[in-house]
Design a binder for this molecule. Sequence first.
Ligand SMILES: C[S@@+](CC[C@H](N)C(=O)[O-])C[C@H]1O[C@@H](n2cnc3c(N)ncnc32)[C@H](O)[C@@H]1O
Length: 284
Amino acid sequence: MNLKKLCEISEKPEIYEKGDAFMWDDEYISKKLLEIHLSQDTDLASRKKPAIEKTTGWILERLGKENADILDLGCGPGLYCEIFAGSGHRVTGVDISKRSIEYAREKALEKHLDISYINENYLNISFEEKFDLIVMIFCDIDVLVPVERDRLLDIVFKALKPGGMFIFDTMNGETTGIMKDGERNWEVSETGFWKDSPHMALSESFHYPENNVFLNQTIVFSEPDEYRTYRFWMNYYEFSGLRPVLEERGFSGVKKHENVLTSDDFYCGSAVTFYETVKPERII
Ligand SMILES: C[S@@+](CC[C@H](N)C(=O)[O-])C[C@H]1O[C@@H](n2cnc3c(N)ncnc32)[C@H](O)[C@@H]1O
């Protein structure tokens, strides 16, 4: 690759411009991701077991219902679904990663749990008044650009029974104290997270403060002229910004909950706010 091209592709992109690669359903990377989901050494991909137990306990308390129909969007390997099903609820999990869904199905069979797993993009699903509770955990809503976020909210609204509840978490304003514009990292490796062959990965964070968004970008070079760009847009929200978005889509009773998680970890501490909102019993 010539260096002029390298300079061009490393520049700060326009806000919400997509990369040309997606890691979650990649044949090789999804294998690495499954290991990270299940690891008890890191809060990446999925939080560790104590945080998951605390979160599910808190969610079920907010739900306050037995034998409910629950949908988990971006369920990964089913760590939350299993706890919900083990508490007597009927659970559906949706995830785009074939590898995670296959693992989750195997575990549900082994443990005789009533969980239906669907390998699908949650932006393409369509349920009607089927669920008492829908959850989306690990700040997954933050990675959606606004048009996708609104589409997802419409899908959730339609899928909830009247009176049904939507619970999700987001990064809040504390993100700016943790992530930094221009932070860079590089890695050269024969085999690693991104590829099972020699490669170089250049990572950089960009801040778009007017829009409350960070971009984490990694460009992975595997041959002199071959590269893939992975972009993770990370919106962080304040209550005053997100509540109107939810209300515009028809949700009501929007509440935020701080400190549901208590660890010092970036993805597991006070920079994470949980939201709870309902589909009204009667739509006016
Ligand atoms: C950060 S992980 C969280 C997994 C799970 N919620 C947890 O906390 O254990 C994000 C999950 O969302 C899934 N995902 C990402 N984009 C998706 C999409 N468009 N449709 C369905 N699943 C998606 C990924 O495969 C991954 O399992």
